[in-house]
Design a protein. Structure first.
Length: 455
């Protein structure tokens, strides 16, 4: 490991790569200064803490969290060229705990001998397991290393709590269409992009920017390929048009991790859009999930739950619609069942909403867990044997069908819960009729015994 800590300065990986023939455009265009970075002004603008920490060489351990192609590795490389500390890059894909421990020992030794600290950059730190992440902790706490981790996953879930508490998280944003277009326009000035400066239709640049979902690396790679394969003028100049680009761009792979944060973000967006009655947003979010490869049965299960939790008896048909959508997924499979899911989503979004069933169950469950579990009242018990009749099982039971309106004044809750009202219907949709019935039932319910607080 001594080669990591010799006296030779660490060369800029970007500059070194640029000297190689055939270096991809994305690597050639990698920013060489903080001012060259586009789209992350919220953390790298003048006076921002991260920028000042880099320029003054006063960094502490930090986590760079953001989507692919937003500048995490670029930032690490810029730090490598400006810091007086030793800079050691790690790949969580290629390195194991043995390599980590070797670097930790060398970092500790270097600081003891020279006072110099080591910056350890871990790309894709979320791929390290707990034991590997724990190996950094003693040296971070001792101040021997400054840890810089880069991740596309939520650090709250993927980075050990102890390590996370000792690090500052900086969030890099997915680049917008304007930022990506600016990066592409700058790339067109690169002398190595083609034998002669290409002519690129502005609409084609914008199409690339929209296609790559905020990933600058993907945008530059796509531009380079589009120029290389574009039709040529008589003078040999590449002519990239929207039409020629359409033959280059394949169907986009949507950024999605069915076990990660994006999975939960999208299902949350779907639920809240349906709850808010926004059918357009609802069908968009379900399409995002389906087209990204989400399990359609997972979506169907969430729709069934929504039908009971958020629509309930305001529209009892909602539950039937979602069960039918689930059956359609089973019967048709994908992609044919995509419209069944969309139909259910649009129905739920437009349905009247009530969470009265959800609230009623939660309140009843809370009492079931916290109140005394009283026996079932005798008048509600069946009496199939003579002994049970002698014990007065069923005595006092009132058969509702014999009462006016099929409603009696019989109590059906345990004595200590006589004052409880779990189900409180709304006046929305078909639940309005249930509200009227509930009010009629309440008027007939006898008052609790004197002195009974119901607690």
């Amino acid at each position: 490991m001594s080669s990591l800590f010799d006296d030779d300065p660490v060369p800029s990986p970007a500059l070194a790569a640029a000297t190689l023939a055939g270096t991809p455009l994305a690597e050639r265009m990698r920013p060489s200064t903080l001012d060259d970075i586009i789209g992350q002004e919220h953390i790298l603008g003048p006076g921002k803490p991260l920028r000042e920490g880099i320029l003054r060489d006063k960094l502490r351990s930090l986590i760079l969290w953001g989507p692919p192609g937003t500048g995490k590795t670029t930032l690490a490389r810029l730090i490598a060229t400006t810091t007086q500390a030793r800079f050691v890059p790690f790949s969580a894909v290629l390195s194991g705990i043995k390599e980590i421990k070797e670097v930790m020992v060398a970092a500790q030794d270097l600081r003891r001998r020279t006072g110099q600290r080591t910056i350890v950059f871990v790309d894709e730190i979320h791929r390290f397991n707990k034991a590997q992440q724990d190996a950094f902790l003693p040296r971070v706490e001792a101040g021997d290393i400054i840890l810089i981790g880069a991740t596309t996953e939520n650090p709250s879930f993927e980075v050990n709590a102890a390590l996370l508490s000792r690090s500052k998280v900086f969030v890099l944003k997915a680049l917008g269409e304007v930022a990506i277009t600016a990066i592409l326009q700058r790339a067109l000035t690169d002398p190595a992009i083609d034998d002669a400066p290409p002519v690129v239709d502005p609409d084609a640049l914008r199409a690339i920017a929209r296609h790559v979902n905020g990933d600058a690396r993907s945008a530059l790679n796509l531009l380079e390929f589009a120029v290389a394969t574009a039709p040529r003028s008589a003078e040999g100049v590449a002519q990239v048009t929207l039409e020629s680009l359409s033959t280059t761009i394949e169907r986009r792979s949507l950024l999605y991790d069915k076990t990660g944060e994006e999975h939960y973000n999208l299902i949350s967006a779907l639920h809240k859009s349906m709850r808010n009655g926004d059918a357009d947003a609802s069908v968009y979010w379900v399409a995002r999930m389906v087209e990204a490869g989400e399990d359609p049965l997972y979506i169907a299960r969430r729709l069934v739950r929504f039908a009971s939790e958020d629509v309930g008896n305001a529209d009892p048909r909602a539950l039937s619609v979602t069960i039918a959508a689930k059956d359609a997924v089973h019967f048709l499979g994908m992609p044919e069942a995509n419209t069944a899911l969309a139909q259910a989503v649009i129905y739920l979004a437009n349905a009247p909403k009530s969470n009265a069933v959800y609230e009623a169950y939660n309140a009843a469950a809370a009492d079931a867990h916290t109140m005394v579990a009283e026996p079932v009242p005798l008048h509600l018990r069946n009496a199939p044997t003579a002994l049970m009749k002698e014990l007065e099982y069923g005595k006092g039971y009132q058969y509702a069908h014999h009462a006016p309106g099929a409603v009696t004044d019989m109590t059906c809750l345990p004595e200590s819960l006589q004052d409880r009202h779990y189900y409180r219907p709304t006046d929305r949709g078909e639940e309005r009729a249930l509200l009227e019935r509930a009010n009629a039932r309440t008027q007939k319910r006898p008052a609790p015994p004197t002195g009974d607080t119901g607690q």
